[in-house]
Design a protein around this ligand. Structure first.
Ligand code: GUN
Length: 293
């Protein structure tokens, strides 16, 4: 069994990006600039955004954090997005989700210029990804594909089961896995809450990508010998032994599943660390105008 070390791959990629940025700067170009809008004080969002700002430093990017209180109006948020859309000094920006309930997330996402949408959430980027055109691919699916690439997991012709059909992970990763590309070219089955015969279908899979948010859902009896397991779950479960009071739990019963696998990602330290470096890569691509000129 090979443990897929997402932390190491993410550190390698950030080093590669930093080296490229220093070359750009030496050639007289300015540093890539990522802006982030954070609304409110949700603990998870605060941590995610702080980590994104830290990753910018590691990669040699400029970063700008714009904060609003929960009470900010949708109008004010949209006006800030408009400013960032029109600021030539900002290469890409994100609005951290979730947003307070009085603000339409969809309206906010669609207000972002798709050429600066380094989260890859705008319908133009989602649509272009689904038909195989250059675009910003969202962080978690592109992190998963990068892990499969760097560990040389055979995907061509493989039976791949995706558990979960979220817009952020399940749907896009299913789309990428079936794309005629490398990694990709797999036969993909998406299973969700209304699916029948889940265990039987999983047992046939060469690759399982679990993105349900249901701790320990994938058990050893659902996994065939030699399968590759990608665990996207990051549910916070209470743990009094931790300073934070919680630990992250994946969707896979790792202790019993790991010994059956060819490759498996741990939680934490698998897919998680990859997501931020996918955002960094998209920001670099935006700065270099490699996707949209
Ligand atoms: N909230 C949780 N994950 C993400 C993400 O990848 N991007 C944004 N903008 N918000 C999130």
């Amino acid at each position: 069994m090979t443990l897929i070390d997402g932390k190491k791959v993410a550190d390698d990629i950030k080093r590669e990006i930093a080296a490229e940025v220093e070359e750009m700067v030496a050639a007289g170009q300015r540093r890539p600039h990522l802006a982030a809008i954070l609304v409110g004080h949700d603990g998870g969002s605060e941590t995610y955004v702080a980590n994104k700002v830290k990753a910018c430093e590691v990669c040699g990017f400029k970063s700008t954090l714009i904060r609003f209180e929960d009470e900010v109006s949708e109008e004010e948020l949209l006006a800030t997005i408009d400013k960032l859309n029109n600021d030539p000094g900002v290469d890409g920006f994100i609005v951290q989700l979730p947003l307070p309930r009085h603000i339409s997330e969809q309206r906010v996402i669609e207000a972002i210029d798709y050429r600066k949408d380094v989260d890859g959430f705008h319908p133009v980027n989602v649509g272009r990804m689904s038909i195989g055109l250059p675009c910003f691919v969202s962080a978690t699916p592109s992190g998963i594909i990068e892990l499969l690439r760097r560990y040389n997991v055979e995907t061509k012709g493989a039976k791949c089961v995706v558990l979960g059909r979220s817009n952020i992970v399940g749907k896009p990763v299913a789309s990428l896995m079936m794309q005629k590309s490398e990694p990709g070219n797999a036969t993909v089955t998406v299973l969700h809450s209304a699916s029948r015969d889940i265990k039987e279908t999983c047992r046939e899979a060469d690759i399982i990508i679990a993105a349900l948010g249901s701790p320990g859902f994938v058990t050893a009896d659902m996994v065939k010998d030699g399968a590759t397991i990608i665990d996207v779950g990051t549910t916070r479960v209470p743990d009094a032994t931790r300073k934070s009071g919680f630990r992250l739990s994946g969707d896979v019963d790792f202790a019993n599943v790991a010994e059956k696998c060819a490759f498996i990602t741990p939680v934490p330290g698998g897919v998680g660390p990859m997501t931020i470096c996918s955002l960094m890569r998209n920001t670099l691509l935006a700065a270099k105008k490699e996707i949209y000129s």
